[in-house]
Design a protein around this ligand. Structure first.
Ligand code: ZN
Length: 157
């Protein structure tokens, strides 16, 4: 059975950047289960997985445009240190804004803190090594919920 719209696929993957650094991997964990064609994965991954079958191993290269987007300089902002209410702030720390966005602290000066609201993988070329371990049709309930149910997926109480 091929991976195509509204089918559930289980994949093992290793994600590297263009220097070969491993950014993420499913190795040693359960495979990633997702529903093809409804935006569970970034567009470049869905394109690269379309038509593939159980047992296939291959690489997918994803450009920022089909991954997490280009770096948006407007999402990099300086805010007064006072906005953190005396809390210790260091580069690399992540905060949720009151608009529900996640920002990463990139620089801390005397009075200002630079925060970056770009996704950590924005502007990065991504290289996925993928192995398809299972493909099956999604159930009507999974399609309604937009996620995969157990085993391997979402568990409801
Ligand atoms: Zn559900």
């Amino acid at each position: 059975m091929q991976i195509t719209k509204h089918r559930v696929a289980a994949i093992h993957y290793t994600l590297k950047d263009n220097q070969g650094n491993i950014l993420d991997s499913s190795e040693g964990r359960d495979p990633l289960y997702y529903i093809q064609g409804i935006g569970n994965l970034i567009p470049g991954m869905e394109e690269g997985l379309e038509g593939r079958e159980k047992g296939e191993k291959f690489d997918i290269r994803v450009t920022p445009e089909k991954g997490y987007g280009e770096l948006n300089p407007q999402l990099i902002q300086k805010v007064p240190k006072a906005a953190f209410g005396g809390q210790e702030v260091r580069p690399g720390m992540r905060f949720s804004t009151n608009r529900g966005e996640t920002v990463t602290v990139t620089e801390v000066d005397q009075d200002t803190v630079t925060v970056d609201g770009n996704h950590p993988l924005a502007g990065v070329d991504l290289y996925f090594e993928v192995e398809v371990v299972d493909v099956r049709p999604a159930t009507p309930e999974e399609l309604q919920h937009g996620h995969v149910h157990a085993p391997g997926g979402h568990h409801h109480e």
